[in-house]
Design a binder for this molecule. Sequence first.
Ligand SMILES: Nc1ncnc2c1ncn2[C@@H]1O[C@H](COP(=O)(O)OP(=O)(O)OP(=O)(O)O)[C@@H](O)[C@H]1O
Ligand SMILES: [Mg+2]
Length: 347
Amino acid sequence: MAREKVITSGPGDEQKKHDAALRPKLLKEVIGQRKVAERLEIAVRASKKLNEPLGHILFDGPPGLGKTTFATVLPNELGTSLQMTSGPALAKPADLLPFLTNLEEGSVLFIDEIHRMPRVVEEFIYPAMEDFRIDIVLGEGMSARTISMTLKRFTLIGATTRSGMLSGPMRDRFKMHEHLEFYSVDELATIATVNAAKLNTPITSQASLELARRSRGTPRVANSRLHWTRSFAAAQHDGTITEEVARAALDMAEVDRDGLDKNDRKYLETLIDLYGGGPTGVEALAATINLASDTLSDEIEPYLLREQYITRSPRGRVAMPRAYSALGKLPPVPKPKPDDKQGSLFE
Ligand SMILES: Nc1ncnc2c1ncn2[C@@H]1O[C@H](COP(=O)(O)OP(=O)(O)OP(=O)(O)O)[C@@H](O)[C@H]1O
Ligand SMILES: [Mg+2]
């Protein structure tokens, strides 16, 4: 039986409500990702001036960095409608038909987790992306015939946490590829301040910075830390989020001073204590922690890699000195290996 996918920073039902309430509506409200936003602004302006639909766009990057946000902002900017679906919901070509036939001229079709779309659906969508047409096969065997149907000119927006899993032909059919990066502390602090105002919650600038430092470079994490801190401030204090309140709230949520949460620490502890700091494969780690390996590689590892808690080698994941100090441990003294042809620095 497949192991249940535990989402650490991904959206649950409650989180989805929060996401929707706090999601920027226009490009100018999007904080950070300036280069991406500027390129999109130009593409939108061109599309309006040339009276052509926006070229297909692929967004990739770890969860919670704003892929869905950009996909929902663009139709607002273009003044067109948006339809949303996701790769796993499209089991067969017929599942795409209602979306394709509902298209309006210039409207946006957003396919989330597009890397999980089956190959038959992918092949079905190619002519739709290239020539705004689909080929439908009617009948079977000798009497089968293909009819071609013309579609309204539309924009496909795809989002993926795994652009490497997308086939080459699919990737090539997107005109723009935008990779979303982790956010700086200052950008996350702005997000915390803006969203606290949306939630009618007073927050000090020091508190916003504290939340930002402890949000794994991720707006969705910043939002959920803000929600928790807001509840904590209302229940235990007078409702204002000060730096002290933010610290106490995050300590209580077991988010450490670097922003690592329980799953991050579990990961690092397992890698260090059980596997001697690695190298070890992600499957082995996943089995020991009892999380799906996708959860590890999509949600936990990108931040740990970016912040150099771990590194990837051909033989697996390796703990870096920062991982040891995060857990209050001393890194091992490197020992020369007998088969180490390059010799040791200590010889
Ligand atoms: N650039 C941004 N400025 C302000 N808020 C943002 C930004 N990016 C994301 N957010 C906030 O973070 C939340 C999560 O972002 P979003 O749902 O777009 O992430 P995602 O990349 O689609 O994640 P997933 O891979 O899990 O689908 C949004 O609801 C929004 O409130
Ligand atoms: Mg999303």
